[in-house]
Design a protein around this ligand. Sequence first.
Ligand SMILES: [Zn+2]
Ligand SMILES: [Zn+2]
Length: 174
Amino acid sequence: MTEITCRCGATTLTLTGAPILTSSCHCQSCREAAGQLADLPGATPITDAHGATPFVLWRKDRVAVTRGAGTLRAHTLRDGGTRRAVATCCNSPMYLNFNGGHWLSLYAARFDTPPPIQMRTMLMDAEPGTVPDDGIPGARRQSARFMLKLLGAWAATGFRFFKMEPMPKLEEPQ
Ligand SMILES: [Zn+2]
Ligand SMILES: [Zn+2]
């Protein structure tokens, strides 16, 4: 069992099992969202030194909000789009949730000791010169390995369909 918390400690996610994979996303949306989230009062960045966003992907049915569920608010770049859940007690982004996804992309910044990044995704969106030559494999979008690991995790849930749970928008007061 692993616990991750927001920076002030009021919001806790309890994770069971092991991550599906770890990846750092260079996509335009993650960069744009990270910029907006970093501008929230008291926030600290979720990006790495290269402007990418490191994630730890976890099966959705193995993640539980065990403290502070009421602090969570949804940040979206577009109505109905990918949701980024922010613990508004201290404006800590916690995870990204694709509509219909069977996994949550937990922000690596929330881990005391994040597991090492295994791959880089969406290099087609990376700003020139920002992708380090450090031997971590990357793909223009998602690699076959990335897709296979996600598919394997979905199979392990019995190909369950996950509905996006209701969550107030970030703009709404607590
Ligand atoms: Zn907090
Ligand atoms: Zn992204």
